[in-house]
Design a protein around this ligand. Structure first.
Ligand SMILES: [Zn+2]
Length: 261
């Protein structure tokens, strides 16, 4: 009986993973690595994980802008309770990968490079890789592949720069895409919970319908430069923030967690 139960849980999780679209890696069979949002409570709460390390592994020529990593740190500090601090760990890496990236490639190569298990002692480790090459779905600038791992595709970010006076610039796009992907690790929007407010975009599941939120669906799109030519959002909106606060307080039920208090 126990075996049957495990299999049905596994199937449910696979179905949930397969339902994700857009900038999510949707061929996930890596249940033990969780789904994007699987470590949301581990980040929001300080009950077990009192510090967060964001490990950034980049290939030569693809180091993120300092403005991107500083912004990410600021945004995470605003929502995750980490009394021992949030640290950014930058490492140049050769992923030894040729051609386009699938979500499985991102997962496998990222896990090869992780300096620690995501849940190590009282420290939570999240990871972003900045590889050379493009994602197999060439409309995508970034992807969140499991509970602790995202990738940003620098070539595609550079190509997405706006056509008029280079607005938005590739640097601005990188700033927003990096925060956007970590927003998915925080479970936004509706990845591991159901918001009491209807702010998920109908046509782009897992994303906001508010163009002033960094979780707006078009932020992940290679076409962003043609969709928003002014200031790009680089922050969560009040609905996003209320969802996070609700999950932390328990007012909003949270699913698929690798850790709960
Ligand atoms: Zn997205």
């Amino acid at each position: 009986m126990a075996g049957k139960y495990s299999i049905s849980v596994l199937l449910v999780m696979l179905l949930v993973s397969a339902g994700l679209s857009g900038c999510f890696g949707n061929d996930s069979t890596y249940v033990e690595k969780g789904i994007p949002g699987g470590l949301t409570l581990a980040c929001l709460s300080d009950a077990k994980y009192t510090s967060l390390v964001v490990e950034i592994d980049y290939e030569a020529g693809y180091m993120p802008e300092q403005s991107s990593t500083e912004l990410l740190k600021t945004r995470l500090e605003q929502v995750c309770n980490k009394p021992q601090g949030i640290e950014i760990l930058l490492t140049e890496t050769n992923f030894e990968h040729e051609g386009q990236w699938s979500s499985s490639d991102v997962r496998d190569k990222s896990w090869d490079e992780k300096s620690e298990d995501p849940q190590t002692g009282s420290t939570l480790y999240w990871q972003a890789i900045f590889p050379s090459g493009q994602y197999a779905n060439d409309g995508v600038l970034g992807v969140a592949v499991d509970a602790s791992t995202v990738a940003i595709f620098g070539e595609s970010v550079d190509d997405a720069e706006g056509p008029i006076f280079n607005r938005p610039s590739s640097e601005e796009i990188e700033n927003s895409v990096l925060v956007h992907e970590f927003g998915h690790l925080l479970g936004l929007v509706n990845l591991v919970y159901q918001s009491p407010v209807d702010h998920e975009d109908e046509d782009h599941k897992g994303h906001s319908n508010n163009e002033d939120s960094v979780m707006y669906w078009a932020i992940e799109s290679a076409n962003i430069g043609n969709i928003i030519t002014g200031q790009l959002p680089d922050d969560f909106d009040s609905d996003d923030l209320n969802d996070l606060a609700g999950m932390l307080s328990g007012e909003i039920e949270t699913d698929n967690q690798l850790w709960t208090n």
